[in-house]
Write a protein that binds this ligand. Structure first.
Ligand code: NAP
Length: 310
C-alpha cells in the first residue's frame, strides 16, 4: 500500500503553486498533480503588468515558471499529467493519474476555470495577439483603437464599459436582440456613448495582418448577411466554466459548478479537502487573488494536519 502523502495539490496555476510553496516551506512535501497542460491560464497570455513585484511587467509563462521553480525549491514534487479520478469518501483520500494511485491526508483543489471560447477560425491562433478573454488583464494594451466585445451577460457589459477607458469605441456584439445582463449594467452601457451594439450577430472568423487581429467576419443570424468589421481587438466574454468534473457528486458546488467553500476559509464540504483559486471564484479571477487563496488553502491544510497530530 502507498504511504499517504500529507498534501496532494491538484492543479498548478497561481493558486496551486502558491499552496505548494507554502506547504513546501511547512515541510509537508506537497505532491502537485500539475496537469497535462500545466501552469494555468497565464500560459495563454503575453505581458502581465498587474502582478505586484514586477514593475516592468513579465510574460505570463515566465511568471508561472518562476512560481513553479519557487515551489520546487521548497520540496514540492510534480506529476506532469491530469488527475483522472478521485475518491474523497474517506481518509486517506485517493487520487489517480491513469493507473497510478496516490493517497493523501489532505487535498487542495486548484484546478481553475477556463474561459469559454467562440471556437471559430482564427480565434485560438490570435489569442494574445488581439484576442483576449480578460479586459482587466489586457485592456491597457489596447489604447486608442476600436474594440469589439462578444457576449450579452454581465461580464460582457462590464468588460465593454471597462474598455471604454482605453478604446476609441467599443462595439458589443450579441447573438440575440436582448442582453442577458442585469438591468443596471444594461442601462450603463446604453447610456455610454462610446458603446455601440450589433444585435443578432455572431463572429464567424477572426482575421489578422502580420499576426495581429485587424478585422472580423460577422454573420447576422436573422438575415444571414455576412460583413467584414474592422477592429483593433476582440474580447470574448461569453462566460467561464470551472474545471470541476473530476469532483462531481463528491463535493458541494454551486449551480454553475464552482466548488463552494466556507469563505474566508478554503474548507469544502469534506473535512480535509480545501479549494482555492478560480475553481471557487467566479468574480475576481485574477492571478493575485488566486495566489492569495492558494496561500490560505495551504495554511488551512497545515492546521488541519496539525489537528490530526502530524
Ligand atoms: P453568462 O451570464 O452566462 O452570459 C454569457 C453570455 O454569452 C450570454 O449573453 C450568452 O448569450 C453569450 N454566449 C454564450 N455562448 C456564446 C457563444 N458561443 N457565442 C456567442 N455568445 C455566447 O456569463 P457571464 O456574463 O460571464 O456571467 C456569469 C455570472 O457572473 C452571472 O451570474 C453574472 O451575473 C455574474 N457576473 C456579475 C457581474 C457584476 O455583477 N458586476 C459581472 C460579471 C459577471 P445568450 O444570452 O444568448 O445565452
Amino acid at each position: 500500500m502507498n504511504v499517504a502523502e500529507k498534501v496532494v495539490i491538484i492543479g498548478s496555476g497561481p493558486a496551486g503553486l502558491t499552496a505548494a510553496l507554502y506547504t513546501g516551506r511547512a515541510n509537508l512535501e506537497p505532491l502537485v498533480i500539475e496537469g497535462a497542460a500545466p501552469l494555468g491560464q497565464l500560459m495563454l497570455t503575453t505581458e502581465v503588468e498587474n502582478y505586484p513585484g514586477f514593475p516592468d511587467g513579465i510574460l505570463g509563462p515566465e511568471l508561472m515558471e518562476k512560481f513553479r521553480a519557487q515551489a520546487e525549491r521548497f520540496g514540492a514534487k510534480f506529476i506532469s499529467a491530469d488527475a483522472t479520478k478521485v475518491d474523497l469518501s474517506k481518509r486517506p483520500f485517493k487520487v489517480w493519474e491513469g493507473e497510478a494511485e496516490y493517497e493523501a491526508q489532505t487535498i487542495i483543489i486548484s484546478t481553475g476555470a477556463k474561459a469559454r471560447m467562440l471556437d471559430v477560425p482564427g480565434e485560438r491562433e490570435l489569442l494574445g495577439r488581439g484576442v483576449s478573454t480578460c479586459a482587466t488583464c489586457d485592456g491597457f494594451f489596447f489604447r486608442g483603437v476600436p474594440l469589439v466585445v462578444v457576449g450579452g451577460g454581465d461580464s460582457a457589459v462590464e468588460e465593454a464599459l471597462f474598455l471604454t477607458r482605453f478604446a476609441t469605441k467599443v462595439t458589443l456584439i450579441h447573438r440575440r436582440d436582448a442582453l442577458r445582463a442585469s438591468k443596471i449594467m444594461q442601462d450603463r452601457a446604453l447610456a455610454n456613448d462610446k458603446v455601440e451594439f450589433i444585435w443578432d450577430t455572431v463572429v464567424e472568423e477572426v482575421l489578422g495582418t502580420d499576426g495581429k487581429v485587424d478585422r472580423l467576419m460577422l454573420r447576422n443570424v436573422k438575415t444571414e448577411g455576412v460583413t467584414e468589421f474592422a477592429t483593433g481587438g476582440l474580447f470574448v466574454a461569453i462566460g467561464h466554466d470551472p474545471n470541476t468534473s473530476l469532483f462531481t457528486g463528491q463535493l458541494d458546488m454551486d449551480a454553475a459548478g464552482y466548488i463552494t467553500v466556507a469563505h474566508p476559509r478554503t474548507s469544502t464540504s469534506i473535512e480535509g479537502v480545501f479549494a482555492c483559486g478560480d475553481v471557487v471564484d467566479h468574480i475576481f479571477r485574477q492571478a493575485i487573488t488566486a495566489a492569495g487563496t492558494g496561500c490560505a488553502a495551504a495554511i488551512d491544510a497545515e492546521r488541519f494536519l496539525e489537528s490530526l497530530g502530524h
